[in-house]
Design a protein around this ligand. Sequence first.
Ligand code: PGA
Length: 250
Amino acid sequence: MPKFCVAANWKMNQNKKLILSFAQELGDPGSDVDVVIGTPTIYLDYAKEQTAGSQVTIAAQNAFFEDSGAFTGETSPAMLDDIGIKCVIIGHSERRQIFGEGNELIAKKLQALVSKGFRVIFCIGESLAERENGDTFKVIESQLQSALTGVSNLQYITIAYEPIWAIGTGVAATSEQAEECHKMIREWVAKNCDSDSAKQMQILYGGSVKPKNFAELLSQPNIDGGLVGGASLKVESFKELIDIAKNQAN
Ligand code: PGA
């Protein structure tokens, strides 16, 4: 069974002062649970410095697929590597919806990063309209297919299933709804990629994860952790989530 992962997605939040106190209060969460913090690009270096010596992985929230060139405003894998960042969140629904990133661009980013040895937290999930139309599996399948077909370094990939209707709304998927999709994702990877990687792959749930619903989500056989927005901004609730995962792991 994969190790539980509690991944923060800070989005466009925090500042140096907040990051400093967060890091000090978080301390070293140890290695029983995989702890990741998706940090705004401008603070990656600082967050890395403040969490040095701990088991926390600082992750970027986005990256381009080229290493250098005329791509104004972008951050390259080589630049992340240069400051010691080896984990990137790719395909978040806010990147897809607000910044117009489609499956094709996301696939290019994922494949470039994975081929360079980066760990990628690859986000997928359906909108409310798609769910209501009965298209949930179809949407997830096309997102998986476009990004993962032909990728061999699956050990570098963590999948985050994030139904768009649950993100930032306070309405999380029920553990049954989430498990149904996680199971489908694992089966898809086993069938279309390889079965050993499917068994080892962390599949995180994201969308209004809170301390009050996390234990129930983690109790599902195919849910290996959470990608957490709102509840990751305050160190108290983030630590609570880590403790829940630690207890559940034992
Ligand atoms: P949320 O965000 O926990 O605030 O719903 C999750 C995400 O967007 O990754």
